[in-house]
Design a protein around this ligand. Structure first.
Ligand SMILES: [Zn+2]
Length: 419
């Protein structure tokens, strides 16, 4: 069965990565870059070619399509599969030259266009699970784009497989391809009603078997310190420097915990990620992260107390605090729909994998979709070293993901037989 998938997901992937789809966080347009539309339009054409007749692209670039239910399965809950076409603004995605390294055996993989880029098993323990597999990398000058063109190629290959095999029972299956995930706007104009799925899965994860059902809850805080400027030659006893207030605040942040550098697993953090200003006014921007939303309140309180403490000795100084919600842990939604997770686990088991949970120490489009009314956990897509010139994926992981998609569709259909 696996062999039958190989040509489709991998050959699609090798074509899609050559299209530069980098998004741009400084752009005001939607999608943020027109080049993403090249691939999005191409996907519509390919879907139509395989017989998915209603494939469309809307004014924002969202591609949506429907694989009709097999006869008698029209009442099965409609499920969707979603992936994003854009690649990270952090590393060039122009002129990607994918290379297939056949039957990997633990050797160092040297990328030819920059031989200082070497993929070593010692630095990448996940490669140990890939012996005998075909690894795909870029050539050393760009990222690969496995994030998330692996997911795109897998969904396309699964669609092709379902269209070609009407004997596989499934309900209505929706397909969605989105722009601008990497700049945090992937779901901004996503019309959940028009998409028409009851539940969905993003294909945008890491190694085989991975199932992601929880992510950070996240807020952003801007703390503005207001000082008092006087000509520095005549400032004695009068000047209060906002630069020094902001520095003091950052200096007093916890050193041994609560920071990105000191936490992992389920630990949250506060992270000053931008600072700017002058004597009169200085702002510190912070990211707040916690798997429990109430934990964000605690962190916000701690930061507020700290900022107030810093200005307290200076009557001429003051502080203003602004806190905004960024995104929330999708587990808060998914806990109400255990069947979504159960079918994902069942699909993986049927594909011969042992599913395991990993928490996302960040956000995901699926989290936003979950809170927009479309519960959407994330499935592995075979992405490794994402946003890096050492990014890689494997043909066999991609084929496995295709198999998982097909088996999830089958699992939903068969469950409806029983109830
Ligand atoms: Zn991604």
């Amino acid at each position: 069965m696996t062999q039958a998938f190989t040509s489709s997901a991998a050959s699609r992937f090798l074509r899609y990565v050559t299209v530069d789809t980098q998004s741009d966080d400084r752009s005001e347009s939607y999608p943020s870059t027109a080049r993403q539309l090249v691939l999005l339009n191409q996907l519509v054409a390919e879907l139509k070619e395989m017989g998915v007749a209603d494939a469309t692209i809307d004014q924002y670039g969202y591609v949506m399509a429907t694989i009709p239910a097999t006869p008698g399965r029209e009442e099965v809950p409609v499920i969707g599969f979603v992936a994003h076409v854009d690649t990270s603004p952090d590393v060039s995605g122009a002129g990607v030259t994918p290379i297939v390294h056949r039957s990997y055996d633990g050797r160092d993989i040297v990328l030819p266009d920059d031989p200082s880029m070497v993929l070593r098993e010692a630095d990448n323990p996940e490669l140990a699970e890939q012996h005998g597999h075909d690894i795909i990398t870029a050539s050393g000058l760009t990222l690969l784009g496995s994030d998330d063109k692996s997911g795109v190629a897998e969904i396309m290959a699964a669609a092709e497989h379902l269209m070609a095999h009407p004997e596989i029972p499934h309900g209505v299956v929706k397909i969605g391809f989105t722009p601008d995930e990497e700049v945090g706007r992937g779901t901004q104009y996503f019309d959940v009603n028009r998409f028409g799925a009851r539940f969905a899965y993003t294909l945008d994860g890491h190694k085989r078997g991975e199932l992601e059902i929880e992510n950070f809850s996240a807020d952003a805080m801007t703390i503005t310190f207001k000082g008092f400027n006087v000509h520095p030659g005549y400032a004695k006893g009068k000047m209060v420097s906002a630069i020094k207030l902001a520095s003091e605040f950052v200096h007093r942040l916890p050193r041994n915990g609560l920071s990105p550098e000191t936490t992992d697993g389920y630990e949250g953090y506060v992270h000053p990620n931008a600072i700017q200003g002058g004597v009169e006014q200085a702002t510190v921007k912070l990211l707040l992260r916690d798997f429990v939303t109430a934990g964000l309140d605690e962190k916000a309180r701690m930061l507020t107390d700290l900022a107030e403490e810093v200005v307290r000795p200076f009557p001429a100084a003051s502080v203003e605090i602004d806190r905004r919600e960024s995104y929330r842990n999708m587990k808060e939604v998914l806990d109400r729909y255990p069947e979504v997770i159960d079918h994902a686990k069942e699909g993986m088991t049927r594909a011969g994998l042992t599913p395991y949970f990993r928490q996302i120490r960040g956000g995901t489009d699926g989290a936003r979709l979950s809170f927009m009314g479309l519960p959407t956990p994330n499935l592995f897509a075979g992405e490794h070293n994402i946003h890096s010139r050492l990014e890689w994926t494997s043909v066999q992981d991609m084929d496995k993901a295709v198999e998982v998609i097909v088996e999830i569709c089958r699992s939903w259909a068969e469950e409806s037989d029983r109830t």
